[in-house]
Design a protein around this ligand. Structure first.
Ligand SMILES: [Zn+2]
Length: 301
């Protein structure tokens, strides 16, 4: 049922931008339950009653996303389709991007797995650094407790699709949105809230046309690519020191205030975990603080 709503929503939304034909709406669930939703739901197998301190929950019209802190994650207590059904805003407002100082955003894609991701979490905890994990719905299903740990330790969680299969994701904007909405649902079932930030598998360059951007906007997602990479996903499989060298090379001539670094946290990325403490040291020495990706994060281009 939800998937049907999803397709109705996205078809209608894309028709505003891309010339697809809209279909007539029906089947909206009654809105009477909206006021009964008690914030929040189950988180980490316990209930919490008050506004949490280590993350921000978006309000109904997204007007509380201009943050004072750069390392406080943002989540939503409503999924896209719940917002649509309740008539709540799905448009992220203009948010002043954070550009005040040099901030490095460590991002880890394709997890969570049950080996490399916990190792990375141990290192981040020891270093007192928060990072951003763009997770796959299929991996969250396999390792829900690792997702809970990411969440409970104050890192940001982003949505990176359900299965990362390009031929399915990039068949159409609807297929793309369907995977992200499905993954939101899995994440929310696991931690009680869902992300607003997403990352398109492979990045948007070359695969996103205006229809995909319209779809992302109509769902209220903030999409983030990257502007630096340890290149841990290249065919050469660089070891830890080469991964650090890759970042040194990329920062040699230009050190952007917004540095979004692409890495991966899944089986086979043990060298990425090994590189991490050295990388954190390097970035600190270059004057970077560490932030997590939120809709306030400037785009990296
Ligand atoms: Zn990926």
């Amino acid at each position: 049922m939800k998937r049907i709503f999803c397709l109705m929503l996205v078809i209608a939304a894309v028709s505003l931008f891309g010339g697809y034909s809209s279909v007539g709406g029906d089947g909206d669930p009654p809105h009477t339950a909206a006021a009964q939703i008690k914030f929040p739901a189950v988180v980490g197998e316990s209930f919490f009653e008050h506004e949490p301190e280590h993350f921000v929950v978006a309000n109904e019209n997204f007007s509380n996303l201009q943050l004072a802190e750069i390392d406080k994650p943002v989540y939503d207590k409503y999924e896209v389709l719940e917002r649509e059904a309740k008539g709540l805003s799905l448009n992220l407002p203009e948010i002043e991007p954070y550009r005040a100082e040099k901030v490095a955003y460590l991002t880890f894609d394709d997890g969570p797995d049950d080996k490399v991701t916990p190792t990375i979490l141990d290192i981040l905890k020891a270093e007192g650094v928060h990072a951003t994990f763009f997770v796959l719905g299929s991996m969250v299903e396999q390792n829900p407790n690792v997702l809970k740990r990411i969440f409970n330790e104050g890192h940001a969680i982003g949505n990176h699709s359900y299965n990362h299969v390009y031929s399915e994701l990039y068949r159409s904007p609807w297929d793309f949105a369907d995977q992200f909405i499905k993954t939101d649902e899995i994440i929310k079932e696991t931690i009680g809230v869902r992300p607003l930030i997403i990352r398109a598998p492979g990045g948007t360059a070359g695969v996103f046309n205006n229809d995909y951007w319209a779809m992302v906007d109509s769902c209220g997602y903030a999409e983030y690519d990257w502007n630096a990479s340890t290149e841990d996903a290249t065919a050469s499989v660089p070891n830890a020191s080469r991964q650090v060298d890759n970042i040194i090379k990329q920062l040699k001539d230009y050190q952007p205030n917004t540095l979004i670094i692409l890495m991966h946290s899944k089986a086979g990325k043990e060298e990425t975990a090994k590189a991490l403490p050295v990388l954190i040291d390097l970035l600190r020495n270059k004057g970077y603080k560490f932030g997590v990706v939120t809709p306030m994060t400037p785009q990296p281009w």
